[in-house]
Write a protein that binds this ligand. Structure first.
Ligand SMILES: [Zn+2]
Length: 87
């Protein structure tokens, strides 16, 4: 059975502030698989176990995996060509 339950990228906003030190949901990222560009807040967040998986809303490729480790948060940029801040 497959459960397709996700929220938008704004759900990862607090963790991204912890990692990048600024608001990142309005930053734009380019999917390395399909080349589409979206604001981080438009990506799809799937929550499972200890981490969150951010997927491209166009092709569903995993672009970022984030985890809140006991010591500090960590993000793994798995499939973004680039990520740029809004200002
Ligand atoms: Zn994509």
């Amino acid at each position: 059975m497959t459960i397709d339950s996700h929220v938008d990228g704004n759900a990862m906003g607090g963790l991204l502030i912890d990692v990048f030190g600024r608001e990142m949901t309005d930053a734009h990222g380019c999917c390395a698989k399909c080349g589409s560009v979206h604001a981080v807040g438009e990506f799809m967040v799937y929550r499972s176990g200890p981490g969150d998986v951010l997927r491209c809303p166009t092709c569903a490729s995993v672009v970022i995996v984030a985890a809140s480790l006991p010591e500090r948060p960590r993000v793994y940029i798995s499939s973004l060509r680039w990520l740029e801040t809004a200002d």
